[in-house]
Ligand binder design. Structure first.
Ligand code: SAM
Length: 263
């Protein structure tokens, strides 16, 4: 009874700038259909009409589609590798680093990066660019208020140093917040920043089609500095990374293939 999904995707692209064709179709369609029926609609057309009229519904839908689950130091063993091997390698080349947390969700990832970098640098030398397509996730990130659960993997000394308990939540300190610049960015549409020494992009490409991953990996290659590193999620190892002129340096970490060995 839902009707023409292709037309819905086209209309939604015009409305939101989000191209649903780049997301795995079965998974995406199932989620959308369930949202639509929960909201009491039986066709894509009537649901789309409501989206155009009701900003709250629109925001709720974007928020639902983008799946904002995150936590501090997600998959801690990979952050150990980042601390013990990748950051010392990067600091061999430069005393400051250009760091980009792409698809940063509600801020746990870029704030984790700042705390980790504070072991190597003074806070006033740390700048992390943090981007996401979902502006309400970015708003929450800027607010910096977190549940105890999202702090599970955070070292205790970071909690006592950089968080204040307010009722049942934990508020991150202004000095950590000041090191992060949040911006809206669609990985499938917008221009990428250049000369990044470290790109952290985790737990978003799992939702993308192969065509979408193709676009993103090529762009990441272009975005990395000569010795830059890409850090991916724990289920996101890049198959045939050579195709994107990326090579693994450790599991979940890739660097650009040097120009003189380009294929
Ligand atoms: C599951 S969260 C991952 C958060 C964090 N990177 C982590 O690993 O904990 C996925 C994030 O990807 C974002 N996202 C989805 N599509 C995107 C796109 N096309 N461009 C940028 N961000 C996108 C969502 O808004 C969401 O915040």
């Amino acid at each position: 009874m839902l009707g023409d999904y292709e037309l819905f995707k086209k209309d939604f692209l015009k409305l939101s700038g989000l191209d649903l064709s780049f997301y795995k179709e079965r998974q995406m369609k199932r989620r959308i259909n369930s949202f639509i029926s929960r909201k009491g609609h039986s066709t894509y057309k009537s649901f789309f009409n409501s989206l155009t009229l009701d900003k709250k519904l629109y925001d709720e839908f974007i928020n639902y589609l983008t799946i904002n689950v995150s936590e501090f130091f997600r998959n801690p063993t990979q952050w150990d590798v980042l601390e013990r091997e990748i950051l010392p390698y990067l600091f061999n080349y430069s005393s400051t680093l250009k760091v980009w947390s792409a698809a940063c969700s509600t801020g746990e990832e870029p704030y984790s990066l700042v705390m980790l970098l504070s072991k190597f640098l003074d806070l006033n030398k740390i700048k992390v660019l943090a981007t996401d397509v979902d502006t309400s996730a970015i708003d929450k990130a800027k607010l910096g208020l977190y549940s105890e659960k999202s702090l599970t993997n955070l070292p205790k000394d970071f909690i006592s140093k950089y968080f204040k308990k307010i009722n049942n939540s934990f508020k991150i300190s202004e000095e950590i917040k000041n090191c992060v610049q949040f911006e809206h960015h669609n990985l499938l549409k917008d221009r990428y920043p250049l000369n990044c020494d470290l790109i952290v992009c985790r737990n978003v490409l799992i939702y993308f089609t192969e065509d979408a991953k193709d676009i993103v990996y090529k762009n990441f290659n272009h975005s990395l500095s000569e010795y830059g590193i890409l850090f991916v999620g724990s289920t996101e190892q890049i198959i045939m990374s050579q195709k994107y002129k990326l090579e693994p340096v450790k599991t979940f970490f890739y660097k650009r293939v040097k120009k003189d060995s380009e294929i």
